[in-house]
Design a protein around this ligand. Structure first.
Ligand SMILES: Nc1ncnc2c1ncn2[C@@H]1O[C@H](COP(=O)(O)OP(=O)(O)OP(=O)(O)O)[C@@H](O)[C@H]1O
Ligand SMILES: [Mg+2]
Length: 264
């Protein structure tokens, strides 16, 4: 059974060196250094406005850093821009559906990648079944519910089998059973060897899905650790406060600690 079409050398690791990102005179990502080197599940957490979505967009190449470099340094990176583009995919919180049927959305994405019609049919059928969407195959994608669209967006990238998958809040606005379904799909995609780099507001989800947690606060990466270590014994004060649910916004009335020092 064909489940994916990935071929060729890896583009990972992804290396971020001294990244700053500025917009409208504000430094929104600050002095960030990190690398994603293995096919692990990385979950980026942090309060609203911390820079999580910006970091994903920078990594995926949708934004360019103001200073610093973001580079794919695997052997596959030498194969050029188009190859690098095909090896990675991103799913947004509100996925973009084409004005086609559910199966047509997947078929079209595979066709763009040059997959033959018979392989396209087999892969489409397989991922729709595994995402629990087969009975909706002929429906227009845009009439699906939010949770179904999120599953379809994941089925579509699953079919493409990217080496790296960026997910921005993939379960925000979904009910518990849709969240569970989406988490299972993410897990299954990971099991095909895809590196997951995702953001989440849901600390339970980070515990369930992550191999490694990255904690962002006001544009800085303050801590990165294996999941168990991060939740059991966060080293950074702000990460500790966040894990305890105390850092949604800085409230000096409720909490006498001073706000964190900023070196803008
Ligand atoms: N194009 C832009 N121009 C100016 N400011 C921006 C731009 N994009 C994002 N920002 C600001 O950068 C900060 C980080 O935004 P980002 O969307 O990355 O936050 P986030 O951590 O994903 O938050 P949330 O948890 O709410 O999704 C926010 O204060 C946001 O207002
Ligand atoms: Mg965001």
């Amino acid at each position: 059974m064909i489940t994916h079409v990935r071929q060729g050398p890896n583009i990972l690791p992804l290396e971020l060196k001294d990244i700053n990102f500025e917009a409208r005179g504000q430094r929104l990502i600050k002095d960030m250094n990190c690398a994603f080197s293995t096919k692990r599940r990385n979950v980026i957490i942090g309060p609203n406005g911390a820079g999580k979505s910006l970091l994903l967009r920078l990594c995926h190449g949708l934004l360019k850093p103001s200073t610093g470099s973001i580079e794919w340094s695997g052997a596959g990176a030498n194969k050029g821009r188009e190859y690098i583009t095909h090896q990675q995919a991103m799913v947004f919180q509100r996925p973009v559906m084409l004005r086609r049927s559910v199966s047509g959305n997947i078929d079209y994405a595979l066709a763009l990648k040059g997959v033959t019609p018979s392989q396209r049919r087999e892969i489409t059928d397989n991922v729709l079944q595994r995402a629990g969407l087969r009975r909706l195959a002929d429906q227009p994608a845009r009439v699906l519910s939010g949770g179904e669209q999120q599953r379809l967006a994941l089925a579509r990238v699953w079919a493409l089998s990217p080496e790296v998958l960026f997910l921005d809040e993939p379960t925000a606005n979904l009910d518990p059973s849709a969240t569970h379904a989406v988490e299972e799909i993410i897990q299954a995609i990971h099991e095909t060897g895809t590196c997951i780099i995702m953001t989440s507001h849901d600390l339970g989800q980070a515990r369930r899905l992550a191999d490694e947690v990255l904690f962002l606060h006001r544009g800085r990466l303050l801590e990165r650790a294996p999941t168990e270590q991060f939740f059991d014994n966060p080293q950074n004060d702000l990460a500790q406060a966040f894990v305890k649910g105390e850092l949604l916004w800085w409230n000096r009335g409720r909490d006498n600690r001073k706000p964190p020092k900023e070196n803008n």
